[in-house]
Design a protein. Structure first.
Lengths: 331, 341
């Protein structure tokens, strides 16, 4: 059986141009060799810090950006080789929802118009469009009378629901969710997370969930890929990543999360990484994490570690010296 | 009592001054907008004792930032601030002239703002800004000494290669480094109180961990009390001694951090904790608070939380609960907080 989405050797390099003639003086390797696979009905989370390439990857997956290199196979068809017309037809099956509920909805359109737009673009509005919009609003927990209002009349959580209704309008099989709850207050964030899970169960959707919030990722994912400076450093099931992380970056990331339980705060062991993420225009040689890694040896500067399972834990990690820690983060 | 004694022994000083380091009593802040008057903060009281970290927690629009900003009169002109008392070391800050208040800001009271990109001056080097913070509070301004102190301060907050970095501009600093520079300015004059408004919200989690560790260290070394304004209960649990929970412009619960997390006595606090996805506990379904935070231009009558509250009854719709003692140094503004005990 082929997977819903399969990505091989994905690269996206942005040129850096300077001077009067806009000569290219370098490039930012935002995504640098990413492989992914997603099955129907599952949630794969892409996690990492700002600049790790997770959002760029998300945009590449739905072809909002042209990849520099690499293959994106959606239900077996290579998106790069499709004609414009074929791509447009295929696009109905994969949609994206953005982070900022304030910037991603047009202030001049009513909710009805916003949710109907994808149907119109695909020529599907004439056939029962208004009913479909009503059904979608209901699906995401908005009332039909909301449809005549404008986005600014809604709170952040309600706006994310409008964005979700729009993304669901064409019955997609894959949704890319780019930080869908990061802009929301905690009490509202939980509502949207529960809703996303409920919709997945009902509609059999696959999610690519892009987030920097590991607590949310742990709650919602089936599988997780941890990114650092444009590549995946470790990937596995939720249990693999959260209970048996072998890459030092994953371990540091997990231990850095503040736990909302003051009782054990003085006993908790914490890995504090030194320094900042290096610039993706001039990444370190060999392993990209080595400049912040406490385990780094000479080999790390010379040879980039492949993403493989070196110690037989059942999931791959891109580290020359992988190790399952005795205790992990808040567990 | 000699000054030296006061400086070396703060808790002793406090007992002599007979009161907390900062006392805010009955603070209300109104904003006059096109849509009418918005009561951003109503009747908020809080005490900060020497060396204590007090977290003010709430969601957007809860009034937590406005509360903190009104202490140093940092609000825009459209804000109308009324308070029975805003006393720092026993002196009423409200009665101070703008010139006197400038001596307090950045001197005995340091500030750390949320967004270090907009809080720093983009056309001044970082060193010049840190040195300025030092210079403004020197009796005899000495530029050379201030510059040396700036380098020392940046080293203290963990900026690598500070002698070179002082000559750089804020855009040459990463987010975490900018926040370190802000902290350097806040602790430049050995403050007694630091007001930190969402100090780690704009940062990545590994950088947040660095900055939280630094804040802890700065607090331990300077002994300064801290007001930590945040929406992140994880950060509160890591750092705070005492917690003030705000909702719709009012304090709904206060208490020590351990008790408050272990046994919340207000349904809003309880709901917030239940809606958090957590690293340390596995749950199948999150338990969100239904509905949305209130529109502050038109807040609900009675208890502002009643439309979202599982305990709400007819009484809550008409009668606003007062903040009252519920035992063990805890206070809650709920008619039915006993049901949560």
């Amino acid at each position: 059986m082929t997977s819903l989405l399969k990505v091989e050797g994905l690269h996206k390099h942005f040129p850096i141009r300077r001077g009067v003639f806009r000569r290219q003086v370098g490039e930012i390797r935002a995504v640098d060799g990413v492989d992914l696979e997603i099955d129907t009905g599952e949630t794969l989370s892409l996690v990492g810090e700002s600049g790790c390439g997770k959002s760029t990857t998300g945009r590449l997956l739905v072809r909002l950006l042209e990849p520099t290199a690499g293959k994106i196979l959606f239900e077996g068809a290579d998106l790069a080789t499709l004609s414009q017309r074929e791509l447009r037809a295929k696009r109905q099956a994969f949609q994206i929802m953005f982070q900022d509920p304030y910037a991603s909805l047009s202030p001049r359109m009513t909710v009805q118009e916003i949710v109907a737009e994808p149907l119109r673009v695909q020529g599907r509005y004439a056939d029962g469009g208004p009913d479909r919009v009503r059904e979608l609003l209901e699906l995401v927990g908005l009332r039909p009378e909301h449809s005549r209002r404008y986005a600014h009349e809604f709170s952040g959580g309600q706006r994310q629901r409008i964005g979700l209704a729009r993304a669901l309008a064409l019955d997609p099989r894959l949704l890319v969710l780019d930080e869908p709850v990061s802009a929301l207050d905690v009490s509202v964030q939980a509502q949207v997370i529960n809703q996303l899970r409920g919709l997945q169960d009902r509609l059999g959707l696959a999610y690519v969930f892009i987030s920097h919030n590991l607590s949310v990722v742990r709650h919602i994912s089936h599988r997780v890929a941890v990114m650092y400076l444009g590549s995946i450093v470790e990937t596995g099931t939720r249990a693999d990543i959260f209970s048996a992380p072998t890459h030092p970056y994953t371990q540091a990331l997990l231990s850095a999360i503040p736990v909302p339980d003051p009782a054990g705060r003085d006993e908790r062991e914490r890995i504090t990484l030194a320094g900042d993420v290096p610039s993706p225009s001039n990444p370190p040689s060999g392993c990209r994490f080595r400049t912040r890694c406490w385990k780094a040896q000479d080999v790390c500067a010379e040879e980039a570690p492949a993403l493989i399972d070196r110690i037989g834990v059942g999931h791959p990690s891109a580290c020359h010296f992988p190790e399952v820690p005795a205790t992990v983060g808040g567990a | 009592m000699s000054d030296g004694m006061l400086a070396t022994d703060r808790s002793y000083a406090e007992s002599v001054n007979n009161g907390p380091l900062l006392r805010v009593d009955g603070l209300s802040v109104d904003f006059h907008t096109e849509d009418g008057v918005v009561h951003a903060v109503s009747d908020v009281s809080l005490n900060v004792h020497a060396g204590q970290i007090v977290a003010v927690v709430g969601e957007s629009g809860s009034g937590k930032t406005v509360t903190a900003m009104s202490v140093l009169r940092l609000l825009p002109k459209s804000a109308e601030v009324m308070a029975d008392a805003i006393a720092f070391r026993g002196t009423d800050l409200q009665a101070m002239s703008p010139a006197e208040l400038r001596k307090v800001r950045g001197g005995p009271v340091g500030m750390i703002f949320q967004d270090p990109m907009t809080a720093l001056n983009p056309v001044m080097t970082v060193g010049a800004q840190v040195a300025e913070a030092v210079l403004l509070h020197q009796r005899k301004p000495d530029k050379k000494a201030a510059w040396a102190r700036a380098v020392e301060l940046l080293r203290l907050v963990g900026v690598p290669d500070p002698a070179q970095r002082v000559k750089q501009y804020p855009h040459e600093f990463s987010g975490g480094m900018r926040q370190r520079a802000m902290i350097a300015m806040a602790i430049a004059n050995d403050p007694d109180l630091i007001i930190a408004d969402e100090p780690t919200t704009a940062l990545d989690v590994t950088i947040q961990a660095q900055v939280l560790a630094l804040l802890k260290k700065a607090q331990a070394e300077t002994g300064a009390a801290t007001i930590l304004i945040t929406h992140d209960l994880g950060v509160v649990a890591e750092l705070a001694d005492a917690v003030v929970v705000m909702y719709a412009g009012r304090v709904v619960e206060t208490g020590g951090v351990q008790e408050l997390f272990a046994n919340p006595r207000h349904p809003y606090t309880k709901g917030l904790l239940a809606s958090l996805p957590r690293m340390d506990v596995e749950v199948d379904q999150l338990d969100p608070i239904p509905g949305n935070p209130p529109n502050m231009a038109d807040p609900p009558a009675g208890c502002a939380f009643h439309p979202r509250c599982p305990l709400a009854r007819a009484r809550c719709e008409t009668e606003r609960p007062l903040l009252r003692d519920v035992g063990a140094g805890r206070r809650s503004a709920c008619h039915f907080s006993e049901e949560l005990a």
